[in-house]
Design a protein around this ligand. Structure first.
Ligand SMILES: NC(=O)c1ccc[n+]([C@@H]2O[C@H](COP(=O)([O-])OP(=O)(O)OC[C@H]3O[C@@H](n4cnc5c(N)ncnc54)[C@H](O)[C@@H]3O)[C@@H](O)[C@H]2O)c1
Length: 312
């Protein structure tokens, strides 16, 4: 089946991989994005007849309403992403991450299908050795996590929606983010050759960006049997502490040195292990391991560098 799909925030990190994959699958895609990072991530899509793009604010109903008219699916990616950015712009967070989702729920028809990217950081601080499932109560600790979880509830209450609770994403994309844990530690390992780790035993779950795109396409292809439920999406063999992640990076970069800080703490208190069994039971299998992602990042960081104010 060929569908028309609206992707808000489609020029972002996830969108810049997902949108070309949706086009490759034969779907028509229209992106609404305010290009707040000056990104040029979707230029490669512009020659595709099935692609269109609008520069605008997903919070403005005047921008949103006309785009909702002729689409079968809505994938609302537009958000202020990550706890540090959200604590810097609290009003922007509520209006973008929650209110604009409520507008989509209200302005769309009940027949239109929504696939939403939630975050598994909604699990907050987990219990040692107990896997968080979709039944585990959500206790987000940051404003980012709270707004994402509230938006998920709005959509699941609306119905005809699927929520993908994504693990921390890693891997390279045309709109790159090096503030995500695996991407960040690998960047430091390549460029600085050392990391000082705070709260090294805190565990997180991870997923490659191309597997995230596959998960969205899997949800489109299996919508009726998956709808009205949340699904954790992560690598089941990668519930790793920060120190274990460092040792995985060191396997590929033997000169990398990491130490756990004897004093100080990380403001990010997320610590949980996650079960991804529910989506696996629907037939979804990630294809990219953490090792593959680290290898890809090491290559890409020979190209990318953050040296605007340095001679080297
Ligand atoms: N990357 C992850 O690890 C991860 C994990 C779980 C969930 N998510 C969710 O996935 C989605 C995409 O995240 P990302 O990592 O691609 O982040 P990103 O910051 O790269 O992408 C966000 C996009 O939204 C756009 N945007 C922001 N405000 C907008 C507005 N008002 N109107 C229109 N466009 C706007 C930005 O320009 C950007 O293109 C977000 O909803 C995020 O919460 C991401």
């Amino acid at each position: 089946m060929r569908y028309n799909i609206l992707v808000t925030g489609g020029a972002g990190y996830l969108g810049s991989i997902l949108v070309p994959e949706l086009l490759k699958s034969g779907h028509g895609v229209i992106v609404l994005d305010n290009f707040m990072y000056g990104q040029n991530s979707l230029l490669d899509c512009c020659s595709n007849e099935n692609f269109d793009v609008v520069r605008g604010d997903a919070r403005e109903e005047n921008s949103l309403s006309p785009l909702l008219k002729n689409v079968d699916y809505i994938i609302p990616l537009a958000a202020l992403v990550g706890a540090p950015l959200c604590s810097r712009d609290k009003i922007g967070t509520i209006t973008t991450n929650k209110d604009s989702i409520a507008s989509i729920a209200r302005l769309s028809s009940k027949e239109q299908r929504i696939i939403y990217p939630c975050t598994n950081s909604g699990y907050g601080i987990g219990h040692k050795d107990i896997y968080c499932t979709e039944e585990t109560p959500l206790k987000p600790i940051s404003l980012y996590g709270k707004a994402k979880v509230e938006a998920e509830k709005i959509l699941l209450d609306r119905g005809n929606s699927i929520s993908l609770r994504l693990a921390t994403v890693f891997g390279i994309a045309p709109r790159m983010r090096i503030d995500l844990l695996v991407n960040d530690f690998t960047y430091r390992a390549v460029k600085d050759k050392f990391v000082v780790v705070f709260e090294g035993h805190f565990k997180r779950n991870y997923i490659h960006i191309r597997d995230v795109a596959r998960a969205f396409i899997h949800a489109i292809n299996n919508f009726d049997s998956m709808k009205n439920e949340p699904y954790n999406v992560g690598l089941s063999d990668a519930n790793l502490s920060k120190l274990e992640l460092c040792s995985k990076i060191k396997e590929q970069l033997p000169d990398f040195v990491y130490i756990e800080a004897p004093v100080g703490e990380d403001p990010d208190k997320r610590d949980y292990i996650v079960s991804n069994e529910k989506i696996e039971k629907t037939g979804f299998r990630p294809l990219c391991s953490l090792e593959m992602g680290i290898k890809e990042l090491i290559k890409a960081y020979r190209i990318i560098t953050n040296s605007k104010y340095s001679n080297v």
